[in-house]
Ligand binder design. Structure first.
Ligand SMILES: NC(=O)c1ccc[n+]([C@@H]2O[C@H](COP(=O)([O-])OP(=O)(O)OC[C@H]3O[C@@H](n4cnc5c(N)ncnc54)[C@H](OP(=O)(O)O)[C@@H]3O)[C@@H](O)[C@H]2O)c1
Length: 360
């Protein structure tokens, strides 16, 4: 049977360490977990079984392996130290027999987004970012439809637009909407992106390094690599707007969402997996669902494409289209909407719309 492995890591230190080591998660503080993680070896998490392609009937099995660092620790430590730990975790995947390896969350953000890691491993590597882009854009389109926001006349924003995932999301959304804000920290990189995206008949593109322009946007796709800041605040948001938060750690805190009952915040990147999958590990999703980046790795295994797939900071549109076709062929689909790990019901959407009308 063909195989894959996927590297995960703790994001919220206490919550995520408790998922595998309940006692340590209870007794250690966040800072202690961060400190000890430096000396912790890679951790075997679980075997994944039951994935079955809907078109070919092929089954694959895989493994979760964990690099013990949190995003904050990955940014604090020297890059070579972080690479070393991720590569050690990759070697664990090789020993298990994985034929392709996916890099989860921050293991794909660090440094050159997988290029150095792939060079140091025999197993082919993918970051999963191509399918993450496809699913994030599908989610915001679908959410716009549910909230009765006509895409053609809409004003949208991509936060973290100069990033690996953000720039292709911006490229795709620019084809759908009337106005698009490209938001980030480096104005020069955003201006360069605007030049690249400007074409005949395209949407109006605006650049900003300030979040307050978000009050103009009805649709916000946020995908920064911030770990310390609350990137988006309640006062930044227009009644009735939709935010698709793809970032992990999140760009929109639960507190922000709780302060505004007139906006819809959805988790970006959740996908239905084909077949009776059992991950044998609770990573916070309901049964049968996974992150889009995991889905990319699994879809490549189902397709028998054991090659370095998405690597580096410059992802092409062609890759996004190709992985979308592969994933859809095998039965992966954008999953229903969730917000802070809870399902969004039609009643909630209606309540948001009513609250927005009142506020407006
Ligand atoms: N949900 C999923 O399935 C999934 C899959 C993969 C990745 N992710 C998440 O997606 C996020 C982005 O990944 P990436 O590979 O695109 O990272 P990246 O290439 O590092 O891009 C991140 C962008 O965010 C910007 N940024 C960082 N802090 C900011 C702040 N405080 N305010 C505004 N902009 C800020 C960066 O600006 P500079 O250019 O100035 O550095 C950069 O342009 C990460 O959180 C990652 O964990 C999620």
């Amino acid at each position: 049977m063909d195989t894959f492995a996927f590297i995960i890591h703790p994001i919220d230190p206490k919550r995520d360490v408790s998922r595998k080591f309940p006692f340590l998660g209870r007794v250690l503080s966040e800072r202690q977990i961060d400190f000890f993680s430096t000396f912790f070896p890679p951790v075997y998490i679980s075997e994944i079984e039951g994935i079955t392609s809907v078109s070919t009937g092929k089954q694959v099995k895989g493994w979760f392996v964990a690099a013990p660092y949190t995003p904050r620790r990955m940014l604090e430590l020297p890059e070579r130290v972080v690479y070393r730990k991720i590569i050690q975790t990759g070697h664990m995947a090789e020993r298990l027999g994985a034929q392709i390896l996916g890099l989860g969350a921050f293991t794909s953000v660090i440094g050159d987004s997988g290029v150095t890691i792939a060079r140091s491993l025999d197993v082919p590597v993918t970051t999963g970012d191509s399918y993450t882009i496809a699913i994030a854009v599908q989610a915001i389109r679908e959410a716009a439809h549910l909230m009765d926001i006509p895409l053609r006349n809409a004003t949208a924003a991509v936060v973290g637009a100069a990033g690996t995932i953000g720039r292709v999301c911006a490229e795709l959304l620019a084809e759908d909407v009337a106005r698009l804000y490209l938001i980030g920290r480096r104005e020069d990189a955003l201006v360069e992106l605007r030049e690249q995206l400007t074409g005949p008949g395209g949407c109006e593109l605006m650049v900003s390094t300030k979040m307050d322009v978000l009050t103009n946007a009805q649709l916000i796709l946020t995908v920064t690599s911030a770990v310390h800041d609350v990137v988006i605040r309640p006062e930044h948001l227009q009644p009735g707007s939709v935010i698709c938060d793809v970032a992990r750690p999140r760009d929109v805190s639960a507190m922000v969402a709780a302060a505004r009952d007139d906006i819809l915040v959805i988790d970006g990147g959740m996908v239905d997996v084909p077949g009776p999958v059992d991950f044998h590990f609770n990573f916070g999703f309901p049964p049968g669902k996974c992150y889009a980046c995991m889905a990319e790795t699994i879809a490549l295994a189902l397709e028998g494409r054991f090659e370095d797939y998405t690597l580096g900071k410059h992802i092409t549109r062609e890759r996004v289209d190709e992985i979308t076709a592969i994933a859809e062929k095998h039965g992966f689909r954008l999953s229903g909407f969730r917000s802070f790990e809870r399902e969004v019901s039609p009643q909630q959407i209606e309540a948001v719309r009513q609250n927005a009308r009142k506020r407006a």
